[in-house]
Design a protein around this ligand. Structure first.
Ligand SMILES: Cc1cc2nc3c(=O)[nH]c(=O)nc-3n(C[C@H](O)[C@H](O)[C@H](O)COP(=O)(O)OP(=O)(O)OC[C@H]3O[C@@H](n4cnc5c(N)ncnc54)[C@H](O)[C@@H]3O)c2cc1C
Ligand SMILES: NC(=O)c1ccc[n+]([C@@H]2O[C@H](COP(=O)([O-])OP(=O)(O)OC[C@H]3O[C@@H](n4cnc5c(N)ncnc54)[C@H](O)[C@@H]3O)[C@@H](O)[C@H]2O)c1
Length: 444
């Protein structure tokens, strides 16, 4: 039957895509429904466009570190050209992603999916039925509920701004604020960050967060901790943010980055009995929702794992195996690394702090790497690592790294932790020199 499938996936982000390709490879008849841009958040309005902008400021910073050591002056970034470069990548994404599915004989359905029963969705007034469904609907930006909230923009608008505002404010103290504020400041905007408490970037090593803040202050960013925006007014595209402390701030753009909310509403989930709360859809260890033939993955789930592209893809591949090849295993997550693409980068994996009562079990080592050749050759101002290993086995259990090479180092350490590679085995490897990998054996 034309509209009858083994599995229908709702949402074409990295999670939905991974599930679709793996299920098709396993011989299933698969369809993907998408109501917005094919490819979802990551390549259209998330990681990828952000990384293109970030790369430009990373190059700028690398050059800045060599002023007086070969370079004469810090290069300026022309926002309009950078945006045009970014647009070259992002404008092609939806078609490429959709055509990729079609070429693989996965049916693509455009429109918003709404369930009419546990085996049927309606999209643009047409019925589609399936044995199983996967909810891969992602999240969207939360907007603070304050007077004048209609004047706030989100990360999506930031990543498509045709011109760089002269003065802007970011509300929130999470990943999005820190990454995008850093980009805006490096490109020449006067940037303010307003955060409702004095503990931004929760979940990262607090000492290293202090270092990031210090570095961002040196980059010109102005932090306002224990402060909130309570009202916004507009006059001729100039915005005035009224502050809880009593003051006011006049700016050209206000970006709200106070977290993201799952896309779960108006899909008929309540009538079916698919349980969810404000954190997302509830699933068991097989990623099954409270309705037996409906599964969920990625950012739209209420779960403890971080909401990141590779996590969504991992879950998509797991469901590909579960529904495609009939594995009966529960999902088992490895240690998941996370990174803040700021200046410098802050990345971590596994255990990053040792409590007083754990001190007999773990060894914690703090290493200042800034005098090492890898960092000195680039004149990097900061390079620090905190390494935690299990005293009995000697195995690495966690690490947090603050440096512009943190991504490379943490990727290597993630493999060492997940594959339980003892330090002695590293001595058997010959790594390229001088590179970050050749430093790793000095770390613990
Ligand atoms: C600014 C920003 C920067 C980020 N940077 C990084 C990064 O550097 N590294 C990283 O790992 N992660 C990053 N992330 C997070 C990453 O983008 C997400 O974790 C990832 O995209 C989640 O994938 P997903 O498949 O779960 O959902 P999404 O990619 O959000 O896809 C969900 C899709 O479902 C569609 N949909 C929703 N409801 C329906 C419906 N009823 N019918 C049909 N379709 C529907 C949506 O339109 C969307 O296309 C970033 C996110 C943002 C916003
Ligand atoms: N490098 C990366 O991997 C990367 C980059 C960007 C985004 N992301 C993903 O996107 C998600 C969303 O990022 P985000 O920065 O929007 O969220 P976040 O959860 O990282 O940070 C939200 C911030 O807003 C603050 N906040 C919450 N409610 C508030 C309120 N009512 N008033 C004022 N402040 C409030 C929180 O204290 C927090 O500091 C991340 O959790 C992550 O999963 C990842």
């Amino acid at each position: 039957m034309k509209n009858q499938f083994d599995v229908i996936i709702i949402g074409s982000g990295p999670g939905g895509m991974a599930a679709a390709y793996d299920l098709k490879t396993a011989g299933k008849k698969v369809a993907v429904v998408e109501s917005d841009k094919w490819g979802g958040t990551c390549p259209n309005r998330g990681c990828d466009p952000k990384k293109i902008l970030y790369h430009a400021i990373e190059v700028q910073e690398n050059m800045d570190q060599l002023i007086g050591h070969g370079y004469q002056e810090k290069p300026a970034i022309r926002w309009e050209d950078l945006m045009a470069f970014k647009e070259k990548f992002t404008s092609a994404v939806p078609k490429e992603q959709r055509d990729g599915l079609r070429d693989f004989e996965i049916q693509t359905i455009e429109g918003r999916a709404v369930f009419s029963d546990a085996h049927t969705v309606i999209v643009e007034e047409e019925k589609y039925t399936a044995d199983s469904f996967i909810l891969a609907t992602g999240q969207r930006s939360a907007i603070l509920d304050i007077p004048g909230k209609e004047y706030m923009k989100t990360s999506t608008e930031f990543l498509s701004m045709p011109h760089l505002p002269k003065k802007m404010v970011f509300i929130g103290g999470g990943y999005i604020t820190f990454e995008l504020a850093n980009i805006a400041a490096s490109c020449g905007s006067e940037v303010h960050i307003i955060h409702h408490n004095d503990q931004p970037l929760k979940g990262f090593d607090s000492k290293q967060v202090d270092d990031v803040i210090q570095h961002m202050k040196e980059n010109g960013i102005i932090f306002h901790f224990n402060e909130s925006v309570i009202e916004i007014s507009e006059e001729e595209e100039q915005y005035t943010a009224k502050l809880q402390s009593g003051g006011e701030m006049a700016v050209d753009k206000i970006i709200c980055a106070t977290g993201r909310i799952p896309n779960v509403e108006d899909m008929g989930l309540d009538q079916l009995g698919v349980a969810y709360d404000k954190k997302g859809i509830k699933v068991d260890e097989y990623l099954r929702t409270t309705v037996a033939n409906i599964y969920g993955l990625g950012d739209c789930l209420a779960k403890s794992q971080p909401k990141l592209t590779p996590v969504s893809s991992f879950e998509g591949s797991y469901l590909g195996k579960l529904l495609g090849k009939g594995t009966t295993e529960k999902i088992a997550y490895p240690e998941i690394p996370t990174i803040l693409f700021a200046s410098p980068k802050l990345a971590q994996v596994g255990k990053i702090t040792v409590e007083e009562h754990e001190k007999d079990a773990y060894e914690i080592k703090e290493v200042d790497m800034s005098s090492w050749f890898t960092y000195k050759q680039r004149n990097e101002p900061v390079a620090k690592a905190t390494i935690i290993s299990d005293k009995e086995s000697g195995l690495l259990v966690g690490a947090s790294v603050l440096s512009n090479e943190a991504d490379q180092l943490i990727n290597l350490m993630t493999v060492m932790i997940n594959e339980k590679i003892p330090a002695e085995r590293l001595a058997n490897q010959i790594m390229l020199y001088p590179t970050v990998a050749s430093d790793i054996s000095y770390l613990y």
